[in-house]
Design a protein. Structure first.
Ligand SMILES: [Zn+2]
Ligand SMILES: [Zn+2]
Length: 385
């Protein structure tokens, strides 16, 4: 699969430009406009405005089935610490997950395929907003993605630090964990710090609850089940000598199996109310966002693996890998349509910084292999008659 050097250079320029102008979820107005313009310039039919800033470009080329390729466009609310020449110009916003790279790769694949046209069928290039905890994929599905653009399968790519460039990793089932972000409020009764008997201390209740929650994965689940509960924020109190009237805890739960997820959620709910009640505290939990487990369709995952094996040396295609405990919004598309999600290596001679790290920068060496992978998938899954 030969990808023109000039196209890789063009995609690299787009990637760096996207990096310099990061936009948060549902605010990807400029990125979305540029994606739509570029797709139109390649002769695709373009539908803008799905889920707000989402864009779908359609490339029809003769009879055959329709399939979809997805990229995500949003950045994170973080301050970039790196000093690359294309560093973020938006204070407090940065592309720390490589969605700038995914978008540039998919745009370049659309450009490549619109001129090579070495396939028969229809390709939908899906650019989604708000992957980072804001449910852009779910919103695209709810707004009719698969009714407006019927397709037999959809595929998603993510760059993956820890895996060398030129490697691809996928398996036949679970790739990423479910995510439940929650907020727990513990209501007590404020009082003088010297007279705790006249109030109900939500801080002590919070301390007990935080430790008790860790006993769920450690003591209540089989060691062979996978679940991780992390309390990441604690907010309470104003004065050093006053017991406050409430504490707010925030955190996340991640699981690899839906049954485990439901079991743990009900245990957390029970702990919040029953563990704190004897302390005179009223506990409430509110789930803020949730993503299902990202689970590949076995047959679609095998197709991606076979394409990767056609493109890459055997030892660079990893099958049956351990899933990640991170989560992915693409799971919502996989619930609605068969498909597969895969990782492409991001480590060059120097290993990539981790995803969501303030020094992270997408590795442009992955652009060529990424375009080639999308083009190979299109050509092998939609073969010319
Ligand atoms: Zn991310
Ligand atoms: Zn990401």
């Amino acid at each position: 699969m030969a990808i023109a050097v000039s196209l890789i250079e063009e995609a690299t320029a787009w990637r760096r430009q996207f990096h310099s102008q990061p936009e948060l979820g549902y605010q990807e107005h400029q990125t979305s406009r540029q994606v739509a313009e570029q797709l139109r310039a390649c002769g695709l039919q373009v539908h803008s405005g799905l889920a707000g800033t989402g864009v779908v470009g359609t490339l029809e080329n003769g009879p055959g089935p329709a399939i979809g390729f997805r990229a995500d466009m949003d950045a994170l609310p973080m301050t970039e610490q790196g000093d690359v020449p294309w560093r973020s110009t938006q204070p407090g916003v940065m592309h720390a997950c490589g969605h700038d790279g995914h978008t540039a790769i998919l745009l370049a694949a659309a450009k490549h395929l619109s001129s090579s046209r070495n396939f028969s069928g229809t390709l939908h290039f899906v650019f989604q907003p708000a992957e980072e905890n804001l449910g852009g994929a779910r919103k695209m599905v709810a707004d009719g993605l698969f009714e407006l653009f019927p397709m037999t399968a959809i595929y998603g790519l993510h760059n993956w630090p820890g895996l060398p460039v030129g490697h691809l990793a996928i398996n036949s089932g679970t790739m990423m964990a479910s995510l439940d972000a929650f907020e727990i409020t513990l209501h007590g009764k404020s009082c003088h710090a010297a007279m705790p008997e006249s109030g109900a201390d939500p801080i002590v209740a919070a301390a007990q609850l935080i430790l008790a929650l860790q006993t769920i994965p450690a003591r209540r689940l089989s060691p062979l089940s996978s679940a991780v509960i992390s309390i990441t924020q604690i907010n309470a109190g104003e004065a050093i000598n006053v017991i406050p009237d409430h504490v707010v805890l925030r955190g996340t739960l991640r699981c690899l199996q839906q049954e485990v997820r439901m079991k743990v959620r009900s245990m957390i709910d029970a702990f919040v109310t029953t563990l704190t009640a004897p302390l005179g505290i009223e506990g409430h939990i509110n789930y803020l966002s949730d993503y299902p487990v990202t689970c590949n369709d076995a047959a679609e995952a095998e197709k991606v693996r076979d394409c990767a094996q056609a493109l890459l040396p055997e030892e660079q295609v990893h099958w049956g890998i351990n899933p990640s405990m991170a989560s992915e919004d693409f799971a919502c598309m996989l619930e609605a349509c068969p498909g597969a999600y895969f990782w492409m290596g991001a480590d060059g001679a120097t290993p990539s910084r981790p995803l969501h790290n303030a020094h992270y920068d997408f590795n442009d060496q992955l652009i060529g292999p990424g375009i080639a992978l999308w083009a190979t998938l299109a050509e092998r899954l939609l073969p010319l008659g």
